[in-house]
Design a protein around this ligand. Sequence first.
Ligand code: NAD
Length: 344
Amino acid sequence: MTTVLITGGAGFIGSNFVDYIDRHHPEYQIMVLDALTYAGSMDNLPYGMRELDNPRMRFWYGDVVNAELVDTLVNEADYVVHFAAETHVTRSIFDNRLFFQTDVLGTHTVANAVLKAGGRVKRFIHISTSEVYGTAEAPLIDEEHALKPMSPYASAKCGADRLVYSYWATYKLPATIIRPFNNFGPRQHLEKVIPRFITSVFLDEPLTVHGSGGAARDFVYVEDVCRAIDMTLHADGALVDGEVFNVGTGEDRTIASIANDLTALIGTPTTRIENTGDRPGQVIRHTADYDKIRRTLGWEPKVSWQEGLRRTIDWYRTNEDWWRRQLWMRHIPIVTAAGRREYH
Ligand code: NAD
């Protein structure tokens, strides 16, 4: 049986990827390794993950920096997709040590395990992020764009990204690096902007926007990202080994315009937008050039912005129990360069 090891599978994108593999490759065995931090939950996973003798799904509660555990799991895997990370930019301003531990050393542990497993693993996909680029120096960011990470999160992910590249260059690991732009969709933590806005509208609270809300991002629907990862997983090694692929839509939206779109879609007449201080290390603009993955694998985004928003809103509308537990984590106290404490 083909086995896919998914680290960080109990988080947002990881759990959507578990669903994707479950639906599209019912013959595969899925193993999830997740430390169930505040960002991960068994509730995000199919019920089968809780069954001890399920032949198709196995869940391992554990830390991705635990080399013994990771070695054992990787030794049973044909494919490894590595999502596990600390992921919230603002949290990385507040308390960043764990970001370097999990994101850099965790990736080191997984990469070493793939290396030790010899030729066992057919493909190792490292999920990086577009945040490694920093603010766009051209209208569209391609994979050759300079890496100028602007936050501790981005720099940790940048270290992990280059670590994986170096393992390909040095040891010829069958590794591919995916750099998704901003994802949105079901099961995203309330600390991230779209779920925070959606639930604020539901609760009839003001939508708080950093600075003027002019920071622009490329938002791609999570299922499109899962499809890109799946296509990469099954591609010919000659096309993808040692390669980096952006995954985005080529369109950017300002945070203020997202607040307006959501207000128009679900807002009550009293929905208000409020501005807080700018986030330190804010990336100003960020738009994907996804031509490389389009040319190489034929991937293109399929879910439009409006359709993705509608699906996301529906999910939060019907899963209030899930998100109510996270309400208290929506804002994080950070100290700005001017020494002011602000909630972001
Ligand atoms: P998330 O925060 O929702 O989930 C992260 C998961 O990793 C959680 O289940 C958590 O429990 C697990 N985890 C954290 N530390 C761990 C550890 N030490 N050992 C094992 N598991 C651990 O994150 P996400 O938004 O789903 O992002 C997944 C990946 O995609 C990350 O690598 C992130 O950098 C990358 N990414 C995310 C986005 C986005 O917009 N969400 C965009 C680009 C790239």
